[in-house]
Design a protein around this ligand. Structure first.
Ligand code: DGJ
Length: 971
């Protein structure tokens, strides 16, 4: 028998109440437990469709010294085979039959199981929702049934026999019995409904097809025979209410609404359910607060009465093709065709207040990626304060876990930090109003060891958000581990009036069973194809020169034209006029907010300079910092209340500027008009949107937002920024926007949704950039890195590196220059032109190929990586020696991602030209270049990946570049 795996989509089994989210080759499984919680079962590589994963619930709880959940119920074997009996008489009959049958060896163990189950149910019924911990021995049972009847167990009337024979039995192949869509069996008296529905079509796996599916049972059966998986594409048109398939305990809501005695509505009926015991260790999808799970919750609310207890119960779900619309301008993974994704929406409700949370899971069929987001809908009829809402909570089974984060600071962004998780909370976050240089909203969990590039299970979490976030991993006393990620609750308090709803940012969950490399590659592919604006998917950035490190604030028309004339010879296509072009801006102290050109510097306006550059065959870009205002500005003089501030309090300056209050429409509209005026006045084709300080005094005008809504301003600011980005990029779709925040302080998927590239760091030193870009590549594709060649000695580190190394490093991104070309010699201009041509030759491979990280500079003296084309016909290998240890040899570089049976020709590009004269010890120039191998190599992908490529470095910051081209295939 061959194992069968489901094709991508979302599957629901009413029999087990299990949702299986099938991604490309991995799956995510959860179920609705008997307490109507969403229990997490599994996330990992795909498992055979035959397997019922509810067995993973076994051992899912632990009962410790814990005031909650210490009541437990022994598992009632056979209970699930008795579900169609809805009255005590039927139960009595059944019990008698099984008692009789259980000693017949030919019938196997089934009658014994069923006898036990019917006896227990009978007893519970008799005890009215009874005390399951009571020892109900045979004596009790006998007296309960009445001596007579019990002894008479062998005598049945014909009528009774025939009734019993109609009870469905398990097929001999061991597959579970399909259940008809009948009301749940209740062992407490309740309305008795006879099973009336016609037989429900069943998949080969015993799972139900919803009876309200738009297709007929016949069609489904036919589909099943021809193509078993096709049944999964059937989508219910209406939300599926699972109350019909709910457990064999009396419905909790019914108990609440129609208590049969006063205490019934308030006792914790969950104790009847073994799955509810030990709630503090169970794996959940959505963790509530105040009912026995003491780990960090998914949600925190305060109700109008001041209470914070907020359990949520499953109400209904819906499975639909594609992805439902998200609010306008709210960044999220784009789904462009209904066939490329399936979305599961699950509604959960606080049964007392009626507050609803709606969980959205979108499975991307071509990736091992699921996106999640949450909407809270206030149907409570009263205001509710939302104090925490995680975009995802994922509970992991007990194990040894390592967490990797990307942290650093200004000019040192996204360094790779890995640590083993220990008991308690390990968190990182941003409280700065932006995703920040310090911590990136990206978290990786690796199992058993720090992540490897090529092996092991790795889980990635990436929040599509540019503001305050929280990422946490919590190891509880049972060694269960919970990851929570979402908007940072610090400073967040959202008033949800009745009828209002709140949307969390979306989060990307990715899985790889083959290490970090694969995880990164699928994120790269997703972000290139489904996150950045579609228009820029196939189109990269022109080769640009940015004036910042060339002349800083001293830009003017003449100078820009001169710079353009020089760098045109280097192959540059666009000049970006960075800071300093507007109003009185000559330094960091003034003019932000006054977005009109300084006519002394640009006497012909921006349009004049654009025209001059266009005449040279070049384009022009511009720098702006729309969210900021200088105190010394016309804008501030006129509207000093437009910045974030608390009246009467000091306004904290950062880089001598304040932050405009983008939570206010009036401010957003004003800034939009300013940007519109700049971009509308001339053919500006590129715009760098900077953001140079973080938020303080997060408070806003009472005109717009009353006191009770001040806890919303941090988030409203981010949403406001998205709105302006959305409006302006919609109006100017051909303008390429690059975002920036003092370098890479807002390098996150939220920004990538609007801007296909982000200035990765204010540190342009090639060696520092190896670390920054290597770390950034864990989550983000190289084509999104703004990456420039700057002058030497470098302005941030005073380090000098060769033009070759600076160029190779800059080629791993959107290539450009950040230097004054007027100071370059002709030879240097020519050298630059050579690298520009190299970049042009390989940019498609770098931007769209698969990245394989070969050597981690954080652990080695060298950073190395390679790009492989999708068809494996071509590859580009790069290595940079970040720290030269004299006399140490570099280990061979084991390549990855090649076709093992393919033969590649290996060409070394731009070999170094400096060499030590072994006779004199002097450094000399070898105009022919110092090649690594001295001849062309032709080798199989297999040898290159297993034996590797020997490389050597001669000097500090030395680098190598190889191009591999397919020449033939082994048969
Ligand atoms: C910070 C950016 O990262 C730099 O590239 C430059 O644009 C300056 N701001 C300008 O003020």
């Amino acid at each position: 028998m061959t194992l069968r795996y489901r094709s991508p989509g979302v599957y629901f089994s009413p029999r087990t109440r299990t949702f299986t989210l099938m991604a490309k080759s991995s799956m995510y499984v959860m179920r609705v437990d008997d307490g109507r919680n969403l229990e997490h079962l599994y996330w990992g590589e795909a498992l055979p469709m035959e397997d019922d994963l509810t067995y993973l619930s076994i051992g899912n709880t632990i009962i410790m010294f814990d005031p909650v959940g210490t009541l437990t119920v022994p598992k009632i074997l056979g209970l699930d085979e008795l579900d169609e009996i809805s009255d005590i008489q039927g139960l009595t009959d059944r019990w008698k039959v099984y008692t009789k049958q259980k000693n017949d060896p030919e019938r196997g163990s089934r009658p014994r199981r069923l006898e036990n189950a019917s006896w227990r149910l009978w007893t519970m019924e008799r005890n009215k929702g009874g005390d399951l911990n009571r020892d109900l021995g045979t004596e009790t049972l006998l007296s309960a049934l009445g001596e007579e009847e019990a002894k008479d167990e062998g005598r049945f009337s014909e009528k009774e026999e025939s009734k019993i024979k109609k009870i469905p039995t398990s097929p001999t192949d061991g597959h579970p019995v399909p259940r008809a869509a009948t009301p749940p069996f209740s062992f407490l008296p309740g309305p008795k409904t006879a099973p009336t529905s016609p037989p429900v079509p069943v998949s080969p796996m015993g799972e139900h097809i919803f009876d309200h599916f738009p297709k007929s049972a016949g069609t489904l059966t036919a589909l099943t025979q021809q193509e078993p998986e096709s049944i999964i594409h059937v989508v219910p048109s209406e939300p599926h209410d699972m109350s019909r398939t709910f457990p064999s305990v009396r419905d909790f809501r019914e108990i609440r609404e129609h208590p049969r005695h006063p205490e019934e509505s308030i006792v914790n009926w969950n104790v009847l359910d073994p799955t509810m015991a030990g709630k503090n260790s169970k794996l959940f999808e959505f963790a509530d607060r105040g009912t026995g799970d003491y780990r960090e919750p998914s949600i925190m609310v305060t109700y109008a009465d001041g209470s914070t207890v907020s359990p949520f119960e499953y109400i209904q779900h819906k499975i639909e093709k594609g992805k439902p619309r998200t609010p306008e301008y709210f960044p999220n993974v784009r789904v462009e065709d209904v066939h490329e994704a399936t979305t599961l929406t699950i509604d959960m409700m606080d049964p007392v207040t009626k507050l609803v949370v709606r969980l959205f899971y979108t499975v991307m069929h071509d990736y091992d990626i699921i996106t999640r987001r949450i909407e809270v809908v206030n149907t409570a009829g009263q205001p509710v304060w939302l104090e925490r809402l995680m975009s995802a909570t994922v509970d992991f089974d007990s194990n040894k876990y390592y967490m990797t984060q990307l942290s650093g600071g200004w000019a040192r962004e996204r360094q790779i930090v890995t640590k083993e998780l220990q008991d308690g909370l390990t968190t990182f976050n941003s409280c700065r109003g932006a995703s920040s240089h310090q911590f990136n909203p990206f978290l990786v969990i690796s199992v058993g060891a720090p992540f490897s590039e090529t092996t092991g299970s790795v889980y990635g979490f990436n929040l599509i958000y540019s503001g305050n976030f929280l990422a946490s991993a919590e190891v509880s006393e049972s060694r269960r581990m919970r990851v929570n990620m979402g908007v940072n609750p610090v400073g967040f308090r959202w008033l949800l009036e009745s009828g209002e709803s709140f949307e969390s940012p979306e989060i990307v969950l990715s899985y790889s069973s083959t290490g970090m490399g694969h995880l990164s590659r699928q994120l790269h592919r997703l972000y290139r194809n489904r996150l950045i604006p579609p228009r820029w998917r196939q189109k990269g950035c022109p080769i640009l020169l940015n004036t910042w490190e060339a002349v800083y604030f001293k830009v003017n028309h003449e100078m820009v034209c001169e710079i353009a004339r020089c760098c045109k010879n280097m192959g540059v296509e666009l000049v970006v006029v960075d800071d300093g072009w507007f109003s009185q801006r000559n330094n960091e102290f003034s003019s932000l907010g006054d977005w009109y050109p300084n006519l002394e510097k640009f006497p012909f306006g921006l349009e004049g300079t654009v025209r001059a550059l266009e005449e040279m065959g070049m384009a022009m870009g511009i720098w702006v910092e729309p969210e900021m205002v200088s105190v010394d500005s016309d804008l501030y003089r006129e509207h000093s209340d437009w910045c974030l501030h608390v009246p009467e309090r000091m306004r904290t300056m950062g880089r001598n500027q304040l932050v405009l209050d983008f939570s206010r429409k009036v401010v957003r509209d004003y800034i939009f008009e300013q940007l519109d005026a700049i971009l509308g006045c001339a053919n500006i084709t590129y715009c760098k949107w900077d953001f140079n300080r973080h938020l303080t005094e997060i408070f806003t005008s009472q005109e717009d937002w009353p006191p009770e809504r001040q806890g919303e301003i941090g988030h409203r600011f981010v949403v406001g920024v998205y709105e302006v980005f959305g409006r302006i990029t919609t109006k100017y779709p051909d303008v390429l926007f690059e975002s920036c925040s003092g370098g890479g302080g807002r390098f996150d998927p939220g920004m990538l949704y609007f801007t296909p590239q982000i200035w990765a760091s204010d540190n342009t030193d090639a060696i520092s950039r190896v670390y920054i870009q290597y770390g950034t590549s864990l989550a983000y594709p190289p084509r999104t890195f703004g990456s420039h060649v700057s002058t030497v000695p470098n302005h941030q580190t005073l380090r000098s590196t060769s033009m070759k190394t600076r160029s190779l490093v800059a080629m791993n991104g959107s290539f450009g220059y950040e230097l004054d070309p007027r100071h370059l010699t002709d030879a240097e201009i020519n050298e630059c032109l050579g690298y520009v041509q190299l970049h042009q030759r390989f940019r498609d491979l770098v931007w769209n190929g698969d990245l394989f990280r070969l050597r981690n500079p954080f652990h080695n003296d060298t950073g190395a990586w390679m790009y492989v084309s999708e068809d494996q016909h071509e590859a580009l290998v790069m290595a940079v020696n970040v720290r030269r240890e004299v006399g140490r040899l570099e280990p061979r570089l084991l390549l990855q991602g090649l076709g093992p049976g393919k033969i590649y020709e290996i060409e070394e590009l731009c070999p170094g030209k400096l060499v030590r004269n072994v006779g004199t010890g002097a450094i000399e120039l070898d105009p022919n270049g110092v090649y690594q191998f001295g001849r062309t190599l032709k080798l199989s992908g297999h040898s290159l990946m297993v034996a590797g490529l020997p490389i050597k470095f001669l000097f500090d910051a030395d680098s190598v570049l190889f191009h591999l081209k397919l020449v033939s295939n082994y048969q």
